[in-house]
Ligand binder design. Structure first.
Ligand code: NAD
Ligand code: UD1
Length: 339
């Protein structure tokens, strides 16, 4: 299948491009490089042995999108492009709504004008809010988000749902990611946050590489086995493979489907620290700090629906996630700045 990957130079997008290409799909990448490096493209061609067409373009730019659709004629879009920093979204709500919602509305409009109504959308476990039940199934009601980023995902899910209902020619897959970590086994592509990382694993790898002094554990008084927050960490390559499997839900008449992509296993912050130390032999100094506003105690998926309907399940365990995150960070201590 010929697939346009928006945000394909980013963390999850770049790993998905590798898996799509290795399954024989034809890929075109669109990215405005607002949170990605052009160097990813060279590394993708190194890993895949293919020159993947790349357009430096913005999803809010209808003229550019129209040109790309007319030229490339993609059959489907995997839509990763968006801003994703939770704290930043609290400071810059207009920018998040405009980029994520405005951009997606422009994309959907150009898609239907060009007779392409197959889309896989990157959503997040954040739409469940403080979940009504754990493990979280897709039947669990959406909740109250604690930040504008989360609301963009929740609102975009609603927009996609309403559009599919109004025009059943749309085949729509919404994937709710849990916590993607790890990196490609080659160590050539990985997560490259700008500034001080907000998320746990990149923070730990930057402590390990000596860029940061110690980890701050946000609260040890949650109602969890060791008091620290519990999450469902998933290897980014497994997540990427989930997208390849989800393509089958874009067959004509598929309608709209929603899947959790997680492992179904919850690890606490201190479990992650211990597993990272065991996998790498590097000790991670930490201090216990106050809870981070907006955090919940525990969040992990039921991954059963994706297994039953897509034939997908995560293959990598926490050890591989830690090893691969470290291989990437240690080989690229300053991300893509090296070459
Ligand atoms: P990322 O920032 O690495 O990738 C997003 C890419 O989109 C970047 O390369 C950025 O340059 C590009 N982009 C942003 N706005 C754009 C625009 N207007 N036009 C064109 N390109 C634009 O993030 P990621 O971690 O790879 O996340 C991919 C998607 O998955 C995002 O939609 C994110 O919200 C969602 N998601 C991520 C996580 C996570 O923990 N990483 C969890 C749940 C959902
Ligand atoms: C974060 C986002 C969420 C997004 C998800 C995807 C926030 C508030 N939420 O969720 O919207 O969908 O990523 O991966 O950012 N922790 C520390 N110290 C740190 C960093 C994190 O103790 O320096 C703890 C957190 O309190 C949490 C766990 O580690 O218990 C995981 O945090 P993080 O990696 O930021 O992910 P989430 O909070 O689950």
């Amino acid at each position: 299948m010929k697939i346009l990957v928006t945000g394909g130079a980013g963390f999850i997008g770049s790993h998905t491009v590798v898996e799509l290409t290795s399954e024989g799909h034809e890929v075109v990448i669109l990215d405005n490089l607002s949170n990605a490096s052009r160097k990813v493209l060279k590394r993708l061609s190194e890993i895949t042995g293919k020159q993947i067409p790349f357009y430096e373009a913005d999803i809010r730019d209808r003229a550019a999108l129209t040109d790309i659709f007319r030229k490339e004629r993609p059959e489907a879009v995997i839509h990763f492009a968006g801003l994703k920093a939770v704290g930043e979204s609290v400071r810059l709500p207009w920018e998040y709504y405009e980029n994520n919602i405005g951009g997606t509305l422009a994309l959907l409009d150009v898609m239907r004008s060009n007779d392409c109504r197959n889309i896989i959308f990157s959503s997040s476990a954040t739409v469940y809010g403080d979940p009504a039940e754990i493990p979280i199934t897709e039947a669990c009601p959406k909740g109250t988000c604690t930040n504008p980023y989360g609301w963009t995902k929740s609102m975009l899910e609603q927009i996609l749902t309403d559009m599919q209902k109004a025009d059943p020619a749309w085949n729509t897959v919404i994937l709710r990611y849990f916590n993607p970590i790890g990196a490609h086994k080659s160590g050539r592509i990985g997560e490259n946050p700008g500034g001080i990382p907000n998320n746990l694993m990149p923070y730990i790898t930057q402590v390990a590489v000596g860029r940061l002094e110690k980890l701050h554990v946000f609260g040890d008084d949650y109602d969890t086995p060791d008091g620290t927050g519990v999450r469902d960490y998933i290897h980014v390559v497994d997540l990427a493979k989930g997208h390849v499997k989800a393509l089958k839900k874009l067959a004509p008449g598929s309608g709209l489907s929603i899947y959790n992509l997680g492992t179904g296993i919850g690890y606490s912050v201190l479990d992650i620290v211990r597993n990272f130390e065991e996998a790498t032999g590097i000790s991670i100094p930490y201090v216990i700090d106050a809870r981070r506003p907006g955090d919940i105690a525990a969040c992990y998926a039921s991954a059963k629906k994706a297994k039953d309907e897509l034939g997908w399940e995560a293959e990598n365990g926490i050890r591989e996630m830690c090893e691969d995150a470290w291989r990437w960070q240690s080989a690229n201590p300053n991300g893509y700045e090296e070459d």
